[in-house]
Design a protein around this ligand. Structure first.
Ligand code: HAH
Length: 370
């Protein structure tokens, strides 16, 4: 009897201790930083987006997307070529998958891109005899394309990159010498914004480009946006792509660019953020020799931590101007930089590693205290 009472007392004590310990631990677990995602840390600043391909929308990468991001951009599937490969054929399947996922999980969706010189079907620029099409026909094709694509995702996509990369990289040239420009002059840019606005007047319309914090290109983008505004056509934002590296940009150039664009009265977004661990190059070159080392080195890691720290400190400072920061893919498992500018050279540009775990740079980005 006595032993029985003693042992039930002991069990009682043990249960109380267990209950106390688990409350403490569970309580802690709820506050664990790992329960929060990037989007939660930045909820008072701006939406945090990610570029996706449809295969990423299931399994562990989908979980990662839902934990950390509240905005998405399809990396490729809404570009002119993939979505409209022939004059009479649209390929909606993959683009719809991305749009459906965004709607289902209540993520904001940015469209990319309605008019671009790259990844655009060759058919656009050719007549039935294979010669160059007239300006009139090309603008009509642009209108059909923009109207059809914008209307399909009306209410699902809140902002589109209407024109991508129309500025020249040559110091003394304003607009890129693309087929769009050769056939239409600068009118294709104005018209693209006009068509997009007509198709969905509620849309936010962006001009998007790389090297957009470089002072020479920045001033040309400024001039272009002003030109669109002066034509009386709506434009709501400038997308700084944000393909940066551990060596650039400088904090000053970044601040100057954000301020200069904001002075036009438009929103600014960082639309394609990644921080390459190599020096930036803007054209393709030969594949890496087999014996060249492309492992992630401690010096690169350290520089990348510092660069991400600086970038997000500046982004937070401009929270009233920036209406979005989007990473150009999810993790170092895959990035377009693995094949650009050097085919097959591994890069490590994002905040999650190849195992989808947060890198050290991630912890800097969520640490606002310093
Ligand atoms: C971007 N171009 C494109 O906007 C995006 O659609 C693509 O998926 C990847 C990058 C960037 C770019 C560059 O930084 C240098 C030269 C050409 C293109």
């Amino acid at each position: 009897m006595n032993t029985k009472t003693n042992s039930s007392k002991l069990i009682c004590h043990l249960l109380v201790i267990l209950a106390l310990v688990s409350t403490v631990f569970l309580g802690k677990a709820q506050e664990e930083p790992s329960e929060k995602g990037l989007k939660d840390y930045y909820k008072d600043y701006f939406p945090i987006g990610v570029a996706v391909y449809p295969q990423a929308l299931e399994g562990e990468s989908a979980e990662l997307i839902l934990k950390h991001f509240n905005s998405m951009t399809p990396e490729n599937v809404m570009k002119m070529g993939p979505i409209h490969p022939e004059e009479d054929r649209y390929n909606w399947e993959y683009a719809d998958q991305v749009a459906d996922f965004a709607v289902k999980h209540n993520l904001k969706l940015r469209g990319h891109a309605l008019c671009w010189h790259n990844q655009a079907g060759d058919w656009l620029f050719k007549d039935e005899n294979g010669g160059q099409v007239s300006k009139e026909v090309l603008l009509q094709r642009l209108k059909d394309h923009i109207t059809t694509v914008v209307k399909r995702y009306k209410g699902k996509i809140y902002a589109w990159d209407v024109v991508n990369e129309a500025i020249s990289d040559k110091e003394d040239e304003f607009l890129r010498d693309s087929q769009w420009y050769q056939i239409c002059g600068e009118d294709f840019i104005i018209k693209a914004f006009e068509y997009a606005h007509e198709a969905d007047p509620d849309l936010k319309l962006f001009y998007n480009d790389y090297s957009a914090v470089h002072p020479v290109k920045r001033d040309k983008i400024y001039k272009l946006v002003k030109m669109i505004q002066d034509a009386g056509v709506p434009i709501h934002g400038v997308g700084i792509q944000g393909h940066f590296s551990i060596y650039e940009p400088s904090e000053q150039d970044l601040r100057d660019a954000i301020e200069k664009y904001a002075s036009l009265g438009v929103e600014v977004q960082i639309t394609e953020l990644d921080v390459s661990v190599y020096h930036k190059e803007h054209s393709r070159r030969d594949p890496l020799p087999k014996d060249e080392d492309d492992t992630f080195k401690p010096e690169q890691e350290q520089k990348q931590i510092e660069q991400y720290d600086m970038l997000f400190r500046v982004f937070r400072d401009y929270k009233d101007t920036l209406t979005g920061v989007t990473f150009w893919n999810i993790s170092d498992r895959y990035s377009w930089l693995d094949n650009f500018p050097v085919r097959g050279r591994k890069n490590y540009p994002l905040l999650f590693n190849e195992e989808l775990q947060p890198k050290k740079a991630y912890y800097k980005v969520i640490d606002f205290e310093k």
